[in-house]
Design a protein around this ligand. Structure first.
Ligand SMILES: *[C@@H]1O[C@H](CO)[C@@H](O)[C@H](O)[C@H]1NC(C)=O
Ligand SMILES: *[C@@H]1O[C@H](CO)[C@@H](O)[C@H](O)[C@H]1NC(C)=O
Ligand SMILES: *[C@@H]1O[C@H](CO)[C@@H](O)[C@H](O)[C@H]1NC(C)=O
Ligand SMILES: *[C@@H]1O[C@H](CO)[C@@H](O)[C@H](O)[C@H]1NC(C)=O
Ligand SMILES: *[C@@H]1O[C@H](CO)[C@@H](O)[C@H](O)[C@H]1NC(C)=O
Length: 388
């Protein structure tokens, strides 16, 4: 094919630029803009987003083999067989898997830091009997971030190898700030002998603490937020095995427990909408992970999954879950010490250890939330720096 008109329509450089910008303006403004170039991610959260925090602070409580077997081929600080949603988020921006702030051993923070630890809550939470919560609740995670910001620059200014391990100053305003926290505030209530109504009634205060932490991080210069809501807690073996008489829905999930999670999510969504109104400079995205997670239980076959309510790595009962021994723990069975290992094919399973999801499930959820189909405003992950 020839291009005979090429010389005829030879625009000078300036006018082709003008032409380009006209085209850009007439297209849908969101679609026409380039993807966000997040140079770093700062994450806050609990076990669903812990990439090594608890394991660094309390090695005895960190995940043991077979955690990590699918992807990292060793325990990698994650309560899963492989990658978490936050890993897939980082990967999608070409950043390395998030490193934990608490990991003091040769850690590279050049593309951000992860303040999440397993067992973290939004509000400070003392342990309940055998059930332990992390001392690193959201307010502590914020204060660690507050320390990280100037200290990282102090180290960076020493130059050389030090500089390559720390984020640049401008990354703090350009970074994506991600959150996945709240589930443990609900479990603390459920296991602390509160009625469901009492737990439900505590939600507005939990959300108030959540938003005041977001505000504090915003005041430190953060501008792009990606905030996960909480998942269908009533579908987890942890809840199903402990509250056996709770009414089940058609897929076998504990209905009332899921309703409390939904109430948390409604409150969170409202609070984020309000935050957006009050802070016009923020690009803040509410991410509904509840819906894609719930569809893993309601329609497992669609994603190639089986036995969605049964833990792959656990022990005992209809849900393969026990309060007395977890994944990687050791239990005496008929007088013989037996290590709780994993099922044959974690890749076709939803739940890893009774509380956390498999890498395969995390990937399905990531694919769905990153598309923009489950976010408010409805923008894909790669556009999460754009203000509405
Ligand atoms: C830290 O990671 C960044 C980005 O991947 C890389 O450029 C830098 O060389 C790393 N620093 C060290 C000491 O490995
Ligand atoms: C909850 O109630 C049970 C039974 O009444 C009791 O054994 C347990 O210690 C209580 N737990 C808390 C955290 O109060
Ligand atoms: C939870 O509380 C809200 C009010 O904040 C109410 O609308 C909702 O029905 C309650 N849900 C449950 C499950 O109790
Ligand atoms: C333990 O012993 C009981 C009774 O002898 C037997 O039914 C059961 O299968 C044994 N369990 C295992 C895991 O070997
Ligand atoms: C339950 O966990 C055990 C490890 O203790 C594993 O071998 C088994 O395959 C799991 N069961 C199911 C149905 O996944």
């Amino acid at each position: 094919m020839e291009f005979p008109t090429l010389t005829k329509f030879h625009f000078p450089f300036v006018s082709s630029l003008v032409l380009l910008s006209i085209v850009t303006i007439t297209l849908n403004p969101v679609m026409a803009t380039k993807r966000c170039d997040f140079p770093a991610i700062f994450n806050f959260g609990a076990s669903n987003a812990d990439t090594g925090g608890l394991a660094a602070a309390f090695p005895l409580f960190g995940p043991k083999t077979p955690n990590g077997e699918t992807f990292f081929h060793k325990p990698a600080g994650r309560f899963a067989d492989g990658r978490l949603i936050i890993d897939f988020i980082a990967q999608s921006f070409g950043l390395h898997y998030p490193n934990s702030y608490l990991d003091s051993l040769g850690t590279n923070f050049s593309s951000g830091a992860n303040f999440a630890t397993a067992g973290s809550t939004i509000r400070p939470q003392p342990s309940i009997g055998q059930r332990m919560f992390s001392p690193f609740y959201l307010g502590i995670q914020y204060s660690q971030f507050e320390r990280f910001k100037p200290t990282s620059q102090f180290i960076r200014n020493q130059g050389g190898l030090f500089a390559t391990l720390m984020p640049k100053q401008e990354y703090f305003s350009k970074a994506l700030y991600t959150f996945d926290i709240g589930q443990n505030d609900l479990t603390a209530g459920f296991f602390g002998n509160m009625t469901l109504q009492q737990v439900n009634a505590s939600i507005p205060d939990i959300i108030k603490t959540f938003t005041s932490n977001i505000k504090n991080i915003y005041n430190k210069g953060a501008r792009s937020f990606w905030i996960h809501n909480t998942g269908p807690i009533g579908c987890l073996p942890l809840i199903l095995a402990n509250f056996v008489s709770a009414e089940r829905d058609r897929y076998g999930c504990a209905k009332a427990y899921n309703e409390v999670a939904q109430s948390f999510n409604q409150n969170l969504k409202q609070a984020i909408t309000q935050f957006r109104k009050e802070n016009p400079l923020v690009a803040i995205t509410y991410v509904d992970i509840y819906t894609p997670k719930y569809s893993l239980f309601s329609n497992p076959k669609k994603y190639g999954f089986e036995l969605p309510l049964v833990a792959c790595c656990g022990y005992g009962g209809p849900y393969n879950f026990s309060n007395s021994v977890g994944c990687g723990g050791t239990i005496k069975i008929n007088g013989t010490d037996t290590v709780v290992g994993s099922c044959d094919k974690p890749s076709v399973r939803v739940i890893w250890d009774g509380t956390h999801y498999t890498e395969a499930a995390n990937k399905v959820v990531f694919d769905q939330i990153s598309s923009g189909a489950f976010t408010d405003p409805p923008i894909p992950l790669k556009m999460a720096c754009k203000r509405k």
